[in-house]
Design a binder for this molecule. Structure first.
Ligand SMILES: *Cc1c(COP(=O)(O)O)cnc(C)c1O
Length: 404
C-alpha cells in the first residue's frame, strides 16, 4: 500500500504548467494577476546584511533570498517567467536576458571565462548567431561542421557545441540524440526557438543548455523582446553572474508579458502548426513552388523556394505582413538572403542551404483559407515548374512569367 506522505505529486501536463507555473503564490498573496515590480532599487536598513547577501551572490551566483538589492541582480516578475519557462523545458533553472542575442552572448562568456573559447556549430543558424560566433566579437573561434563531423571537430578547448533544430531559415532538423553522443563531455546548446517546448524538449534528448529568442513564440504577440536560457542550476549560477556583470537584463515589463505569453503558448503553437502543415501541403502541390521545407517535428514555420523572383512575392502580400521575425499571432513573411541571414557571407549562406529563392513564412492564427488566398495571389507572377528552364549549375531560371 502506498504511504500518502511519500507520494510525490504527479507531474503536471504542459498545458497545465503553462498557466500555473511561476504563479503558485498568487492566491496566498491575494491577487490573481502576477504583480509587476518595476523597482530598480530596494530599501534596506541593514547594510551588513546586504553585504553578506552580495558576497553570497558574488561567490555562488545563487538567486538571492529575500528582496532584490538592485534590478540588475534580480527581479521578482522576471523570476516568475524564469520559473515557468524552466518548468516547461523540464529544466532545473532558467535565466532571462534582454534578447536572444544577449542570452547567447552570456553563454559564450561563461565558457570563455573558463578558457573554452572554441565552439563547434552546425549551419544554418539564425543569421546573427552565425555572425556572433564567426565575427570574433567575443573572442570565439568556431568550427563549422555537419552533424556527422562534430566528434572530430571537438578540441581540448571546445566549450560548446551549438545546433538549431528546426534551423532558421531552412527548417533543417538535427538528430539530437546522435549529436549528444558525439559531444562527449562538451555541453550541447540547442536553440529551441522554432519548436518551443510544446513540440520539443531538448534537455530530454541530452542537451545541457536550451536557448530561446523569447521575442518569438514565448512572447507570441510581436511586442516584447527577450531571451532565455534553460539549464541546470550550476550553469544558471554562472549565467546570473555574467548577467549581473554585463547588464543584459530583461525589463520587468517584458518579464510580465513573457509570463503571460507562456500561458497561451501550447494553444498558439498547436493551432498555428496545424495551419502551417496545411499550407506546406498546398505549397507542395503547387507547380510554382520548387521546394517546400517543413519539419517532421511540426511547427508554425514554412519555408519554400520559388522558380522566379522572390522579391515579387514579398511585394505582393496583403494580409501576410512582409517583415522579419516570427512567432507572432499574425503571419509574417521575409526573404532570408535579404534580411534575417543578410549578415552571413553569401558563400556560407548558400552552402548552408539558404537559397536566394527561399522565402520564410511564420504562420499565425489567421484562417487557413485567407492565408492561402493571399499567398496564392502573391505567387501569381511566379513561373511554374514546366516553364522553368534548366541552366547548368545556376539551377533554374524563369523562361516566362505566367499571369493569373
Ligand atoms: C530571432 C532569433 C534569435 C535572436 O533573438 P533576438 O531576441 O532577436 O535577439 C536567435 N535564434 C533564433 C532561432 C532566432 O529566430
Amino acid at each position: 500500500m502506498e504511504n500518502a506522505a511519500s507520494v510525490t505529486p504527479a507531474p503536471r501536463a504542459l498545458a497545465t504548467e503553462a498557466v500555473h507555473a511561476g504563479r503558485e503564490d498568487l492566491a496566498r498573496l491575494g491577487v490573481h494577476a502576477p504583480p509587476l515590480d518595476l523597482s530598480t532599487t530596494y530599501p534596506s536598513y541593514d547594510a551588513a546584511g546586504e553585504a553578506a547577501r552580495i558576497d553570497g551572490f558574488a561567490a555562488t551566483g545563487a538567486r538571492l533570498e529575500g528582496p532584490p538589492v538592485y534590478a540588475r541582480l534580480d527581479n521578482p516578475t522576471t523570476a516568475r517567467f524564469e520559473t515557468a519557462l524552466a518548468r516547461l523545458e523540464g529544466a532545473e533553472s532558467a535565466v532571462a536576458f534582454a534578447s536572444g542575442m544577449a542570452a547567447l552572448t552570456a553563454v559564450l562568456l561563461v565558457r570563455a571565462s573558463m578558457g573554452l573559447r572554441h565552439v563547434v556549430a552546425v549551419r544554418p543558424l539564425y543569421g546573427c548567431s552565425d555572425h556572433l560566433l564567426g565575427a570574433g566579437l567575443l573572442g570565439t573561434e568556431v568550427t563549422w561542421t555537419d552533424p556527422a563531423g562534430i566528434a572530430e571537430a571537438i578540441r581540448p578547448d571546445t566549450g560548446l557545441v551549438m545546433v538549431e533544430t528546426p534551423a532558421n531559415p531552412t527548417l533543417a532538423e538535427v538528430d539530437l540524440r546522435a549529436v549528444r553522443h558525439a559531444c562527449g563531455s562538451v555541453p550541447l546548446l540547442v536553440d529551441n526557438t522554432f519548436a518551443t517546448p510544446v513540440l520539443q524538449r531538448p534537455l530530454e534528448d541530452g542537451a545541457r543548455i536550451v536557448l530561446h529568442s523569447a521575442t518569438k513564440y514565448l512572447g507570441g504577440h510581436g511586442d516584447v523582446m527577450g531571451g532565455v536560457v534553460a539549464c541546470d542550476e550550476e550553469f544558471a549560477r554562472k549565467l546570473r553572474q555574467v548577467r549581473f556583470a554585463t547588464g543584459g537584463v530583461l525589463h520587468p515589463m517584458a518579464g510580465y508579458l513573457l509570463l503571460r505569453g507562456l500561458s497561451t503558448l501550447p494553444v498558439r503553437v498547436r493551432a498555428a502548426s496545424a495551419t502551417a502543415a496545411d499550407l506546406a501541403r498546398r505549397l507542395g502541390a503547387d507547380p510554382r513552388i520548387a521546394r517546400v521545407h517543413y519539419p517532421s517535428v511540426g511547427g508554425a514555420m514554412v519555408s519554400f523556394e520559388v522558380y522566379g523572383d522572390p522579391h515579387s512575392v514579398i511585394a505582393a502580400v496583403r494580409l501576410i505582413t512582409p517583415a522579419v521575425s516570427l512567432g507572432s499571432v499574425d503571419s509574417l513573411i521575409q526573404h532570408p538572403a535579404s534580411i534575417s541571414h543578410r549578415i552571413v557571407a553569401e558563400g556560407d549562406r548558400r552552402s548552408a542551404g539558404v537559397s536566394d529563392r527561399l522565402l520564410r513564412m511564420s504562420v499565425g492564427l489567421e484562417d487557413v483559407e485567407d492565408l492561402w488566398r493571399d499567398l496564392t495571389e502573391a505567387l501569381s507572377a511566379q513561373p511554374v515548374r514546366a516553364q522553368a528552364v534548366r541552366t547548368g549549375s545556376e539551377g533554374v531560371r524563369e523562361s516566362r512569367r505566367v499571369g493569373r
